[in-house]
Write a protein that binds this ligand. Structure first.
Ligand code: NDP
Length: 478
């Protein structure tokens, strides 16, 4: 079957006549598109195009590469409504958040472009008379960006912009759940004069396009965001070529709320962090450790706020707090984690089941109290609108339980005691800690997980360096 959507290779849209993948609206189950399910041959063409384009792209002054990036971000800003609607339809994000995603993506590209005049190397001190040592930063070559579905549009920029500003070229593979926004992005990019081959898009399943990209000799960096299981498979596929990997994987973010916390601030931040994108965010609160003295009061506030959360079809009502989960598998996983916690003795205080709506993968906003560390709900990533609570006696216990996890992406603490907050900072084994605020990173930070949450990171100066390698030059003068 043919698809009206076409892969973008070497500056051209390429007709696809093979297998296709169906894309559905998770709020209505409606079939909205069929997109290419490309094979390894198409990946070969895209990587070859990226390789051909890379040397000339690298030779351009960085400020010229920044100019191309700014043209792309300008296109995005002219089309916020169109792009946000596509994201809402295929992913189930509420429209206000979809607009934020598009604008944030444009801001991210502009921010990355600003680095053009700041991509510095180093001059090192020599032990020898008349010698100069330079540490240069050079692009890796071709970066393959493999994307998840939860912030699909932003993730294109998080891979593409730092790759391009540092002189790499890219091949992007979107998630098969959410490819349409990537086609729209590419359509707008194609309207700029970006040189052919610098940006390529290949759409297809993980088993075909993903596997071919990660095992490809012509790829110098695999920058991946997605689940731990896929991250492990990618490392295995990359190993024979020793291809560099940058892995942004899952999380099981703990939030610690101490007796002296501002409870309204904490409740608002925890609920905001769990409701955003219907709880399908790698960095958001996945488990709450509540100090005994305020457990009852905080729980009451959380139940009240979660129960008041409004959900439904994002395109039918713009004022909703959240949309559906992305697919049936996501819904079944949330259901199974809550059911198993209930069976193990935890208490569901609100929600705890699928929503009674005719259409859409909706799960009720849920609070589960009385959880214990051995329950799967406190150990496995939920990726849904569920807040599991566990009571702790003191900060030491909270930190120990927070650290007792395979994951190490984000964490948070709510307290008015600077000493308690800084003790948590010293002892928490996570890449990020938020103090008295919701979980969400800034583009100038460095989003990087420890343990099974990933290898390397993204954003800011440190994120740019992930797309470069060093070249040290020893110049002996007389
Ligand atoms: P998946 O790991 O299922 O898929 C991510 C991407 O990998 C998709 O494009 C997928 O293709 C592709 N893929 C699947 N198998 C392979 C393979 N063998 N080789 C190469 N690529 C493959 O993740 P989800 O899309 O379900 O995203 C959710 C996960 O992402 C969560 O665990 C979440 O925590 C994590 N995440 C992490 C973030 C971070 O910054 N740390 C940010 C956002 C999400 P296909 O679509 O065809 O399956």
């Amino acid at each position: 079957m043919s698809s009206e959507y076409q892969n973008y290779i070497d500056g051209r849209f390429v007709a696809h006549r093979g297998d296709t993948i169906e894309v559905h609206n998770p709020a209505t189950f409606e079939l909205i598109a069929r997109v290419p399910d490309a094979g390894a041959d198409v990946v070969d063409e895209a990587v070859a195009a990226a390789r051909r384009a890379q040397p000339a792209w690298e030779k351009l002054p960085a400020i010229q590469r920044a100019g191309y990036l700014r043209k792309i971000s300008a296109k995005l800003r002219e089309n916020v409504e169109m792009l946000a609607t596509i994201i809402a339809r295929e992913q189930g994000k509420v429209m206000p958040l979809a607009r934020v995603e598009v604008n944030f993506t444009a801001d991210y590209i502009d921010y990355t472009a600003e680095w053009a005049r700041r991509l510095d190397g180093e001059v090192l001190t020599s032990d020898r008379v008349g010698e100069h040592i330079f540490l240069l930063r050079k692009p890796l070559g071709v970066a393959a960006g493999i994307l998840p579905w939860n912030f699909p549009f932003f993730l294109i920029a998080r891979k593409m912009a730092p790759a391009l500003i540092t002189g790499n070229t890219v091949v992007i593979k979107p998630s098969e759940e959410t490819p349409l926004n990537a086609f729209a992005f590419t359509q707008l990019l194609a309207e700029t004069d970006l040189p052919p081959g610098v940006f390529n898009l290949v759409c297809g399943s993980g088993a075909s396009v993903g596997a071919a990209l990660t095992a490809h000799k012509g790829v110098n960096l695999i920058t991946f965001t997605g689940s731990v299981g896929t991250g492990i498979r990618i490392m295995q596929a990359a190993a024979p070529n020793l291809t560099r990997v940058n892995l942004e994987l899952g999380g099981k973010a703990p939030a610690i709320v101490l007796n002296d916390a501002d409870l309204d601030l904490a409740a608002n931040a925890l609920v905001a962090s769990r409701v955003i994108n219907t709880g399908q965010v790698c960095n958001c609160v996945e488990r709450v450790y509540v100090q005994r003295g305020i457990a009852e009061a905080l729980t009451e506030k959380l139940v009240q706020r979660m129960a008041a959360t409004r959900f439904g079809d994002p395109l039918a009502d713009e004022t909703l707090d959240m949309g559906p989960l992305v697919n049936q598998a996501g819904l079944a996983k949330v259901e199974q984690l809550v059911d198993s916690a209930r069976a193990a003795g935890a208490e569901v205080l609100t929600g705890g089941k699928r929503a009674d709506l005719a259409r859409g993968y909706h799960y009720l906003p849920t609070v589960v109290a009385g959880c214990t560390s051995d329950m799967a709900i406190m150990r496995d990533e939920i990726f849904g609108p569920v807040l599991p609570l566990q009571i702790v006696d003191d900060l030491d216990e909270a930190i120990a339980r927070a650290n007792d996890s395979d994951y190490g992406l984000t964490s948070s603490i709510f307290t008015r005691d600077i000493n308690a907050a800084m003790k948590a900072v010293r002892e928490l084994q996570f890449g990020e800690t938020y103090i008295n605020r919701e979980h969400f990173e800034a583009m100038q930070g460095f989003h990087a997980g420890r343990k099974k949450s990933g290898i390397g990171g993204a954003d800011g100066h440190h994120g740019l360096l992930e797309f470069t390698e060093t070249h040290v030059v020893y110049l002996q003068t007389s």
